[in-house]
Design a binder for this molecule. Structure first.
Ligand code: ADP
Ligand code: ZN
Length: 706
């Protein structure tokens, strides 16, 4: 038999048992295989792509303990509670816990009782000479590995010291994982970590379930209306509004609260406590929206975020893609909207100049702007940015759904161009728009702009249309923004040719903004009469109650994708329940009863499961390591019945461990008595019927084994 198929079988069995999934996603097994062979691996997959499994499964398959380097405590806690909920022994070492507790965790790891240990890079480096050096480490997994590179957008100097891992533990495989890395960053990760000829897995960045929409020049009122509409569209789910500044986030938050929505605000200006609280109420689903700066998100492992709105243009495509990628991690449809104005570009430029790393950052901003102004399928641009080629248009972005029509805009370009020239090339986009529209505001009169020949020459078009067209003219290279001269517009030589009528200018028709896309981008949520949707909502309520009782975030119980699968499959027995995607053994045992009875009620059946039909269910629970009393309780049957199920299963050679159901002394006593009294009449006084049949089954089993 060949090794790969053995390994695959083992890995698949663990995937089913612990996660309740039937198949690997692309790349997951290849990565597991590489680690099993002792190789280093770089994993580049989009957010929601399924990176965690790539190190969690090898951790369970290998001897020793995997050390996971993770930058945020909140993230560690969420990940470990999700693992524990699946029955995987994991824990985190961090400074928010007292040292005795940390010590206990380390002791447990020494004894092989913990398979995954999460730790911050600072802590790992500080403790290298103490506990880390004695721990049998199976694997180092470095999450958010792009933090190691100065080329990335989230450089953290401490990450660069992680190169010491390969020096100190040359034979331990290192896996670096990130959702955002261009080629430069990727190479940097490999060199800086000192990886040896690693497997580089670059997963597909396509997230077809995310709809993409970009809206230029919407007013504040329109932006708020869009957010409000999202909240109403997904009243029981949550979304994120990203703003450029703290003030922007605060503003949006205040406006939404005033309209009665449940919102929290999150930015770096808040205290650690306030931030932790905001994050908790978001992950627990207590609020409908978080208004945040980019400080928010890295720790977010919530699979049912249904929408993300950017109130301002992000600084680069990596950040943008990572931020929108937080929506729809469960694979179900999710919406994204990007609002964008020239003011954003100017602000961003300003930031970049202050940051002192202008070259790379400016280039990245330019690409971001090109994306926002694109008149071809937006997903194609995103994918090509990450080095993938899309063979066809995506059909789920605003350009695809509502392709811009084109018209001859030469006259418009001439009007705009000559107005720029006549002002001495000393106006920005806003003032130019006002001049063309014939606005008589004070500044325009003072400067005498109301007396130039083209004043009011474009009064027939609304201001947002002019702003959009001027933007297109800039993209076409007719004008330039002089960022070093108060952002004034300059006519390029190419633009002069347009003014002189030597070239034709083709523009895309501006569509006035409405907050419902004209051709509906996402499906409206199904009406409540749809039974699947109805059951789905009920299951969410069950999940919420279960999560509250267990004091874990709802998605740790089940993801939305699992609940939806459940609502579609409607399992009414334990056996069927185990087939739902995302139901591993531990969760099946722990939550099965609650969810099944909700489903049975929904179907108009009696809430309790049919009794006695299910020797198989007993087997499932037995295999999951559930004890006698617990099996009886979960199934609502007596321990005697469980014993007789087990006896039957032993007869079929399905069960070969009996210690949970009968003690050795009891067994030997019964066996001895039966040897002299095959009818076993005297036994009835001492032992129950279930116990006797169990002992008989075990005796027969031993007989067969001989
Ligand atoms: P990432 O870390 O790449 O952002 P996660 O590891 O959190 O992504 O995975 C995203 C979601 O996909 C999780 O809900 C996870 O359980 C699910 N998932 C991962 N692998 C599989 C698989 N093979 N089959 C089904 N769902 C999966
Ligand atoms: Zn498209």
């Amino acid at each position: 038999m060949n090794c790969t198929s053995d390994l695959r079988r083992e890995a698949l069995a663990l995937l089913k048992k612990f996660y309740g999934y039937q198949a690997f996603r692309p790349g997951q097994f290849e990565i597991i295989e590489a680690v099993a062979a002792g190789n280093d691996v770089v994993v580049l997959m989009p957010t929601g792509g399924g990176k965690s499994l790539c190190y969690q499964l090898p951790a369970m398959m290998k001897e020793g303990c995997a050390v996971v380097v993770s930058p945020l405590i909140a993230l560690m806690e969420d990940q470990t509670s999700a693992l524990v909920a699946n029955g995987i022994p994991a824990a985190a070492i961090h400074s928010n816990r007292d040292e005795t507790a940390n010590r206990e965790i380390i002791e447990a790891a020494y004894r092989g009782r913990i398979k995954l240990l999460y730790v911050s890079p600072e802590r790992l480096l500080a403790d290298l000479d103490t506990w880390v050096s004695h721990l049998p480490v199976s694997l180092f997994a470095i999450d958010e590995a792009h933090c190691i590179s100065q080329w990335g957008h989230d450089f953290r100097p401490v990450y660069t010291q992680l190169s010491v891992l390969k020096q100190r533990f040359p034979s331990v495989p290192v896996m670096a994982l990130t959702a955002t890395a261009d080629r430069l960053t990727r190479d940097d990760i490999i060199t800086q970590l000192g990886m040896e000829n690693p497997l580089r897995w670059v997963g597909s960045f396509s997230r077809p379930n995310l709809s993409l929409r970009v809206v230029q020049g919407a007013s504040k009122k329109q932006r708020v209306a869009t957010v409000a509409q999202m909240i109403r569209r997904y009243p029981n789910d949550s979304g994120i509004v990203y703003a450029l500044s703290r003030k922007g986030a605060e503003d949006m938050h205040a406006t939404l609260c005033a309209q009665g929505f449940r919102s929290v605000v999150y930015h770096a200006g808040l205290s650690a406590d306030e931030r932790a609280r905001a994050q908790r109420s978001f992950t627990n689903g207590d609020v409908q929206v978080v208004c945040a700066t980019i400080a928010f998100g890295m720790g977010i492992d919530k699979s049912n975020i249904r929408w993300v709105v950017h109130n301002n243009l992000p600084g680069n495509i990596e950040s943008y893609y990572q931020e929108i990628g937080r929506a729809g991690r469960d694979g179900l449809p999710a919406e994204t909207v990007l609002f964008y104005s020239y003011q954003d570009i100017i602000m961003r430029r300003h930031f970049i100049e202050e940051s002192g790393r202008p070259l790379v950052a400016t280039e990245k901003l330019d690409l971001m702007q090109k994306y926002a102004e694109s008149t071809i399928c937006r997903r194609r641009i995103l994918l090509s940015y990450f080095g993938e080629t899309a063979e066809c248009d995506c059909g789920n972005c605003d350009v695809c759904l509502d392709p811009p029509s084109r018209f001859d805009g030469t006259v418009l370009a001439q009007k705009a161009g000559s107005a720029i020239i006549r002002t001495g090339q000393e106006v920005g986009i806003m003032t130019l728009t006002d001049i063309l529209r014939g606005s008589v505001r004070a500044e325009i009169r003072q400067k005498g702009f109301d007396r130039i020949k083209t004043f009011g020459a474009g009064h027939d078009l609304p201001a947002p249309a002019w702003t959009a067209y001027i933007g297109q003219m800039i993209q076409l290279g007719l004008f330039e923004i002089a960022f070093d001269e108060a952002n004034h517009l300059k006519v390029t030589p190419y633009g002069m040719r347009a003014i002189r009528g030597e070239i034709k200018v083709e523009l895309s028709t501006f569509t006035p903004y409405t907050h419902t896309p004209r051709k509906q981008v996402p499906k409206e949520p199904p009406t409540p009469v749809d039974p699947v949707q109805q059951l789905f909502e009920q299951l969410k309520a069950v999940r919420k109650a279960v999560a509250a009782k267990a004091q874990v975030p709802a998605y740790v119980v089940f993801s939305d994708a699992s609940l939806l699968d459940m609502a579609q499959k409607r399992p009414s027995s334990m056996e069927e329940f185990m087939k739902v995607s995302g139901v591993g053994e531990r969760k099946g045992v722990r939550y099965g009863k609650r969810f099944i009875s909700a489903i049975r009620k929904f179907e108009g059946m009696s809430a309790s499961m049919p009794q006695g039909t299910s020797v198989k269910e007993t087997l499932i629970l037995h295999n999951a390591g559930v004890g006698l009393g617990e099996i009886a309780e979960i199934k609502g049957i007596s321990v005697e019945t469980v014993r007789s199920h087990i006896a039957q299963l032993i007869d079929e050679d399905m069960v070969t461990t009996f210690g949970n159901y009968i003690s050795r002394t009891e067994y030997e006593d019964i066996a001895r008595t039966l040897a002299s009294d095959p009818e076993g009449k005297t036994l009835r006084e001492k032992y129950s019927f279930g116990m006797i049949s169990l002992a008989k089954a075990i005796m027969a089993y031993h007989q067969r084994a001989k």
